[in-house]
Write a protein that binds this ligand. Structure first.
Ligand code: ZN
Length: 303
């Protein structure tokens, strides 16, 4: 995003834009996966899998993008200082693990999940362990050992990686960004912060269609702003920000569409929110915009 008066406010949302894009690319590929059964066979073949690592040229397989997405998420999770982004990386890993039938993607999803439990053990250690056990349980018995070995290797890889980074002290003095312990395990605090993230502070509805108000950096759903604007016009009042009370100028509103994440998390969100999220709301949200589309009357963000 361009440097300018709104640079700092928008910078706070950079990771949200990146995460949306990662979700978009992971699961667009995921949906196509059923059509690539041949490729799946290749990927699940041990020899071919090993060759992937020894080949010199970059791989051009259908799941390479998905693999890269998970790798980027793992990097992002190391850098972020926003707990909700850690939760979104976790769910990206978990959804990938559950949706993909490809060994190569399952390996990378597990690496992402296990790296989170090293990084923030209080939040992730138990929950990741639990999900991995659930995942192994439904696998055919003859592949249990294979997966346990894989998890062992991933742990070793991550431990070596951490030792390496500590040894060369490559900017790895990262402190925990989680202030409190996992509170009540039954209420799923990870999902709670995700739900909070996607709930409009004005309407109380879950949506992926937010606007960033650059006056104070708060986000609000497009629905709320549209209604608020028409009320202001009909009552002949100034169109004021509901948070900081300064006048809202249309050219300083930026779109923050997060529809791929809403779509990917829909089942989990619906479970948490009960009936407050309907299919109609969701399809409306999904059809409205692409992630980088900017509000109609706003100025261009690209420099
Ligand atoms: Zn404001």
């Amino acid at each position: 995003l361009a440097r300018g008066s709104n640079f700092n406010i928008l910078r706070f949302y950079n990771e949200a834009y990146i995460l949306e894009s990662l979700w978009q690319h992971a699961f667009n590929r995921g949906c196509e996966q059923q059509k690539h059964d041949d490729n799946l066979t290749i990927l699940n073949n041990h020899k071919a899998f090993r060759e992937l690592w020894t080949r010199k040229e970059p791989t051009a397989l259908p799941n390479s993008l998905w693999f890269g997405v998970l790798d980027l998420a793992q990097n992002l999770s190391r850098q972020t200082v926003q707990p909700v982004n850690l939760a979104l990386c976790y769910y990206l890993g978990l959804e990938s693990l559950q949706k993909s039938q490809c060994y190569y993607i399952q390996f990378k999803s597990l690496e992402l999940l296990i790296s989170l439990s090293y990084q923030e053990p209080k939040w992730f250690k138990d929950i990741v362990q639990e999900e991995i056990e659930k995942f192994i349980e439904v696998l055919p018995v003859n592949s249990h050992l294979k997966f346990k070995n894989l998890i062992h290797d991933i742990n070793q890889k991550l431990q070596l990686n951490n030792e390496f980074l500590e040894h060369f002290s490559i900017d790895y003095e990262k402190k925990s960004i989680i202030k409190n312990n996992m509170p009540d395990k039954t209420s799923n605090p990870l999902l709670k912060i995700v739900v909070e993230n996607f709930t409009c502070k004005i309407t109380g509805q879950i949506t992926g269609d937010f606007l960033i108000l650059s006056c104070c950096g708060n986000t609000v759903s497009r629905d709320a702003i549209n209604k608020w604007e028409s009320v202001s016009i009909s009552e002949n009042k100034l169109f004021k920000c509901p948070f900081c009370r300064s006048e809202i100028k249309m050219e300083s509103i930026y779109s923050l569409a997060q529809n791929a994440m809403i779509k990917g998390l829909y089942k989990r969100l619906a479970q948490m929110k009960g009936e407050q999220i309907s299919d109609d709301d969701l399809s409306l949200t999904i059809n409205k915009m692409n992630v980088f589309e900017i509000h109609k009357s706003s100025k261009s963000l690209s420099s």
